[in-house]
Write a protein that binds this ligand. Structure first.
Ligand code: NIG
Ligand code: FE
Length: 419
């Protein structure tokens, strides 16, 4: 593969020194830039960059492809640390029911929601699931996503949860973007266990977690800790079993109710706590000073018309807020991180710089990839996006709904070039 040389960038964005693994909340408004710059990638890694007046003569560089980025920004590609992108079918009929007045909870109570997705996923073979998810991930890559976390959670039997994780592993092998996977067997109680909750938790802790750890099928464990789903005590059992097998927690908490799950997740050193639409003072206090990353999902709030997470309160406590799509058929049928950027600014009232830090370095950290991705740093993967000519960085979230991405590069190789 020839090297890649980008010249005349309006700015390289997110230029952090090696070893910077997250941006604490009170510093997120700072986004280090290098204006009028070049960048060299060799063998898929960033090997050098600098201001244009330091560009080495072309004949001193390895054979390379040259991209002129005049008027364009070069950013670290988006990292999306929370998705459910492997699923069997969309649920637009529930969307119409919501327009008519039903809530997410009403739909679940009628056997819709997660159990609706589980029935369809159990009946679908691995190949069909793979091809659908692949199409979704290809669209997400065109939209600038270079790393994604994918959860199971629509199987809800040992066999079907493993099927989902095998599909995700195949996607990881076949697609250029980085993929991390999470066992979310505790997403909803399957009807088969309606009268014996503990038997399902035991199946997760004593059978599934050891097996996915042994086969390298998952990097993390997750639990939907929520009224009518799983309790804090059950969350703790799963986090403990995950820890015994080297799988840290990335958990769904405080979406509709505050149950004390954040304090429990922090005690178990969860890597991230995700959603956080409903936060009490005790939840904020539990997170403060911890290493657990609050991950916010504003397109889920948008789609379900539920409250937005208190991003400012989290940043004021110096927490490294991350952003993700939550791409799934029920609460967020969109894997577009550019929409997340606009919603973060419009609804979470994050500054453009804060939001970009949250969807690059902090979101890489929220899936354990901050040493590889999330900033323009020598040694990291050259997984970048180049914007169309835009007047400023703030223009990216401001002109919402337009496509501002000119090209997407993963590991030094262009995967998409627009117009
Ligand atoms: O993150 N909250 C739980 N899980 C998903 C929604 C799953 C579904 O409705 O299919 C979420 O919003
Ligand atoms: Fe989710």
């Amino acid at each position: 593969m020839p090297a890649l040389l980008i010249v005349n960038a309006k700015a390289l964005v997110g230029v952090y020194p090696a070893g910077t693994t997250r941006v604490p909340g009170r510093r997120m408004h700072q986004l280090p830039l290098m204006e009028n710059a070049w960048l060299l990638a060799v063998d898929g890694r960033i090997t050098a960059f600098g201001a244009m007046d330091t560009l080495p003569p072309a004949d001193s560089l390895p054979p390379h492809t040259r991209i002129d980025a005049s008027g364009r920004y070069v950013l670290p590609g988006w990292c999306d640390p929370h998705t459910h992108t492997v699923f069997a079918a969309p649920r637009e009929e529930e969307f119409v029911d919501k327009i008519k007045g039903l809530s997410y909870q009403d739909i679940a109570a009628r056997g819709g929601g997660i159990l609706n997705s589980a029935r369809k996923l159990r009946a679908m073979d691995e190949d069909a699931l793979y091809h659908q998810a692949r199409t979704r991930l290809e669209e997400m890559m065109r939209q600038g996503t270079v790393a994604v976390e994918i959860k199971s959670g629509y199987g809800l039997t040992a066999e079907s949860e493993l099927k989902m994780l095998r599909v995700a592993r195949r996607l990881k092998a076949d697609l250029p973007l980085q993929v991390r996977t999470t066992l979310l067997a505790a997403h909803a109680l399957p009807p088969e266990f309606a009268h014996d909750r503990q038997a399902y938790i035991d199946l997760i802790c004593h059978t599934l977690i050891p097996q996915v750890a042994a086969e390298g099928l998952a990097d993390f464990v997750d639990v939907f800790c929520e009224t009518n789903y799983f309790t804090v005590a059950e969350l703790e059992q799963v986090l403990e079993a995950g820890a015994r097998h080297g799988l840290p927690g990335k958990v769904h908490v405080n979406q509709f109710t505050s149950l004390g799950a954040i304090a429990a997740s922090v005690r178990h050193q969860a890597l991230s706590v995700d959603h956080l639409e409903v936060m009490e003072e005790a939840d904020l206090a539990a997170l403060e000073g911890s290493s657990t990353i609050p991950t916010l999902l504003p397109s889920c709030s948008f789609f379900l018309r539920i409250p937005y997470a208190p991003a400012r309160a989290l940043m004021d406590r110096d927490l490294p807020v991350a952003l993700a799509t939550d791409h799934n058929p029920g609460s967020t049928p969109s894997g577009n991180m550019n929409l997340v950027l606009s919603l973060a600014c419009i609804e979470l009232r994050m500054l453009p710089e804060e939001a970009i830090n949250a969807m690059t370095l902090n979101s890489a950290a929220a899936m354990g990839l901050a040493e590889e991705l999330g900033s323009i740093t020598v040694g990291k993967r050259a997984s970048l996006l180049i914007t169309k000519p835009v007047p400023s960085l703030a223009y990216l979230p401001y002109a919402f709904g337009s496509d501002h991405i000119h090209s997407v590069i993963i590991d030094g190789r262009p995967v998409h070039t627009g117009h």
